[in-house]
Design a protein around this ligand. Structure first.
Ligand code: SF4
Ligand code: SF4
Length: 245
């Protein structure tokens, strides 16, 4: 008995489809080929780097930056907490004392030398978490490869942010800092009288519980003793747009 041509064609097609399915799903070779076959029909993800770099995520960990206050003073107080927190031993900090005639930071000390070895750094961000003054942050810059390892040891002059508009390059004198009356550490109670020029108010005992810190509703009283320039109180620096993690 001779089968109709339509039936023969249909059967042939079904058998071939079964063979292809068995080949793709049941053999190692088929499973390997199934990957490019699936991706042939997906949208192309190619980016035109470096002509058109893709934007990085807001919390991307790039090259570090040492920040300044709005008047140009350095936020780093040379405490070395970042160096101790670093799991790769990539940070070197040499602290030194500020003097009356040469003040680099609002604190007692500043970083006389500061280095980050990017041969070792894994850009984990633990150092910026450890920094008590938000002096150290991470930018979105990731294009800093080099042809010599020595070029990947960044020194303070490479890491420090530029002086903000209206600020002055360090060092400043204590007299200049006092005349500005700026509040560097986010509260008059913790601002030394030599910096805000008024009467020192001790912080007092810590509240017994978080419930005692509840902010009252309604308008808060506005004090004449508010910081002269709120932008100096721990805010991100002007050259640090992506650092808010
Ligand atoms: S990002 Fe991580 S590895 Fe790099 S310096 Fe900071 S703590 Fe060290
Ligand atoms: S960057 Fe921060 S943690 Fe590191 S030495 Fe300076 S103030 Fe201390």
């Amino acid at each position: 008995m001779e089968l109709p041509p339509v039936l023969v064609t249909t059967l042939t097609f079904v058998i071939l489809a079964l063979l292809v399915w068995v080949l793709l799903s049941r053999t190692v070779l088929g499973r390997g080929f199934s990957v490019p076959l699936r991706n042939m029909f997906r949208p192309v993800e190619t980016s035109q780097y470096p002509e058109k770099p893709r934007p990085v995520a807001p919390r991307f960990h790039g090259r570090h930056q040492l920040n300044r206050y709005a008047d140009g003073l350095e936020k780093c107080i040379g405490c070395e907490l970042c160096a101790w927190a670093c799991p790769a031993d990539a940070i070197y900090v040499q602290g030194a004392d500020n003097t009356v005639e040469a003040r680099y930071s609002p604190g007692e000390r500043y970083a006389e030398d500061y280095q980050i070895n990017y041969n070792r750094c894994i850009l984990c961000g633990l150092c910026i978490e450890a920094c008590p003054t938000r002096a150290l942050t991470m930018t979105h810059e990731y294009e800093f490869s080099a042809d010599q390892r020595s070029k990947l040891v960044y020194t303070k002059d490479q890491l420090i942010a530029g002086v903000p508009p209206g600020g002055d390059e360090t060092p400043h004198t204590d007299r200049q800092v006092k005349e500005r009356g700026l509040n560097y550490y986010g509260g008059l109670a913790v601002t030394p009288p030599t910096l805000h020029g008024g009467t020192y108010r001790p912080a007092g005992a810590a509240p017994a519980s978080r419930a005692a810190q509840v902010v009252p509703t309604g308008d808060l009283p506005i004090s004449d003793e508010q910081p002269t320039d709120p932008a100096t109180v721990g805010g991100p620096t002007r050259r640090d747009p992506g650092r808010d993690r």
